[in-house]
Design a protein around this ligand. Structure first.
Ligand SMILES: [Fe+2]
Length: 382
C-alpha cells in the first residue's frame, strides 16, 4: 500500500459559529488581522459579523474587499501590500471560493515574496504562512479546508492551480446561516461544484478510505438536499446539510485531488468570467461518461448514493444510472447544460485543451487522457 496522508484544519461548524472568528484568531496568536472579502459579502451583512467577532476579542483589523469572481494576480498583489502596510499578522478570508483563494494567495506573498506565479503547481511554497482563518459563505468551493488556491494569471489569461499543504487553513468556521443570503442561481451553481468535487475525488487515482468516506457522504447529501436548498432560502435544514456536503467534499478533494472536469474548467475560467459551478455542470456528465471505463464499481456505488434503484440491472446499466442522475439534477435546478449557452465557441477549444492537459488536476483523473480526448470532451459539452 502506498503511504497516504489526510490533512485538514480545525473545523467549527454550526449556526452562529461566525461570531467565534475573533476568539479563533486570538488562539492562533493574532493581534491585527487582514480580512479579505468581496462586495457581495459586505452587502449581505456577513462582514459585520466578522468585525463584531474581532472587536469582541480585542483584535485590530484591516479590510480588503476588491476581490472579483475568479480572483486575479494583481488583486492578490494589492491585498499583500495592504497586509504589510497595516502590519497585520493573520488573514481571515470570508466569502466564496474567490475570496478564500485570494486570502490564501495573499498569505503566500506576505511570507514568501512574489510574484504569485512562482508558486503554481505542487509544493512550491517554502516558508510557513501566517495564521489562516476561513469563513465560507457558499456551499461551495471547499477552499476553507483545502490545500488549493486558484488564481488567474491576468497576462496569460489562465488559471494557476497552486497546491500545497501550507495552504490548508488553520481554522475553518462553517456557519450555514451564511447560505441564506445566496440567490437560487448561485446556490445551484455552487451546489453542482460540490457534487463535482465529491465525484472527482471519489474516482480519483489518489482516493483513499479516508477521502472516500467524505466523498460518499457529500454525494448522498447533495442528492437529498441540493434541490430543496435551491428551492428556498429559508430551508435551514437544507442549508445545514449543503454546508456539510460542501465541507466533506472539500476534505475529500483536498486530499484525493480532482480530475478532468476541474482541469478543463480551470482552462475556461482563466479566459471567461463565468461561474465555476456552471462550467463544471456542463462538463461533468461528459467526463463521467469518459471515465466510466476506469471505475465501473464506483459508479454503481454512486448510483446508490444518489438514490437510484439499480435492482435487476446489469453492472454497466447500474453504473450508468449515476451519470443519468447527475444530468437530471442539473436540469432540475436550472443549471446551464451547454458551454455555448455561456458564449463559448469551437474557436477556443484547441488553446483551452493545451492548457487543461497541463493542469495539476489532470494527473489524478482515473482514466489516462490525451489532449485530443480533452478536445473531444470540450466539443461534446459545447
Ligand atoms: Fe470546484
Amino acid at each position: 500500500m502506498l503511504i497516504n496522508k489526510f490533512v485538514m484544519p480545525e473545523v467549527i461548524f454550526g449556526n452562529g459559529s461566525i461570531l467565534q472568528v475573533g476568539e479563533s484568531c486570538l488562539r492562533l496568536g493574532a493581534k491585527k488581522v487582514l480580512i479579505v472579502t468581496d462586495s457581495g459579502v459586505i452587502h449581505a451583512g456577513w462582514l459585520d459579523h466578522v468585525v463584531e467577532g474581532c472587536k469582541k476579542a480585542g483584535l485590530k483589523y484591516a479590510t480588503y474587499f476588491d476581490i472579483t469572481e475568479n480572483p486575479k494576480d494583481y488583486e492578490v498583489d494589492k491585498g499583500a501590500n495592504i497586509y504589510k502596510e497595516n502590519e497585520c499578522d493573520a488573514v481571515i478570508g470570508i466569502g466564496g471560493g474567490s475570496a478564500i483563494d485570494a486570502a490564501k494567495a495573499i498569505a503566500i506573498l506576505v511570507s514568501n515574496g512574489g510574484p504569485i506565479h512562482h508558486y503554481e503547481g505542487v509544493d512550491q511554497i517554502e516558508f510557513p504562512l501566517p495564521p489562516l482563518i476561513m469563513v465560507p459563505t457558499t456551499a461551495g468551493s471547499g477552499s476553507e479546508v483545502s490545500q488549493f488556491s486558484i488564481i488567474v494569471d491576468s497576462e496569460k489569461k489562465k488559471k494557476m492551480t497552486i497546491v500545497s499543504k501550507s495552504l490548508v487553513p488553520d481554522i475553518a468556521i462553517v456557519d450555514p446561516q451564511t447560505l441564506t443570503t445566496k440567490s437560487q442561481r448561485l446556490t445551484a451553481s455552487t451546489g453542482l461544484d460540490v457534487l463535482t468535487h465529491a465525484i472527482e475525488a471519489f474516482v480519483s487515482i489518489a482516493a483513499t478510505p479516508l477521502t472516500d468516506v467524505q466523498a460518499k457522504n457529500a454525494i448522498s447529501l447533495v442528492a437529498s438536499y441540493l434541490r430543496p436548498s435551491v428551492a428556498s432560502r429559508l430551508n435551514t435544514e437544507a442549508k445545514e446539510k449543503m454546508a456539510m456536503a460542501s465541507l466533506q467534499a472539500g476534505l475529500a478533494f483536498s486530499n484525493a485531488i480532482l480530475g478532468a472536469v476541474h482541469a478543463m474548467s480551470h482552462a475556461i475560467g482563466g479566459r471567461f468570467p463565468l461561474l465555476h459551478g456552471d462550467v463544471n455542470a456542463c462538463l461533468l456528465p461528459h467526463v463521467m461518461e469518459f471515465n466510466f471505463l476506469a471505475a465501473p464499481k464506483k459508479y454503481i456505488e454512486m448510483a446508490l448514493l444518489l438514490d437510484e434503484n439499480v435492482d435487476h440491472l446489469s453492472p454497466i446499466e447500474a453504473g450508468r444510472k449515476a451519470i443519468d442522475h447527475v444530468k437530471k439534477l442539473s436540469i432540475d435546478i436550472g443549471a446551464p447544460q451547454r458551454l455555448t449557452e455561456m458564449g463559448l465557441t469551437e474557436e477556443s477549444i484547441s488553446d483551452m485543451s493545451q492548457i487543461a492537459i497541463k493542469d495539476a488536476c489532470i494527473i489524478t483523473n482515473p482514466r489516462d487522457i490525451t489532449v485530443e480526448e480533452v478536445e473531444e470532451l470540450f466539443r461534446q459539452a459545447l
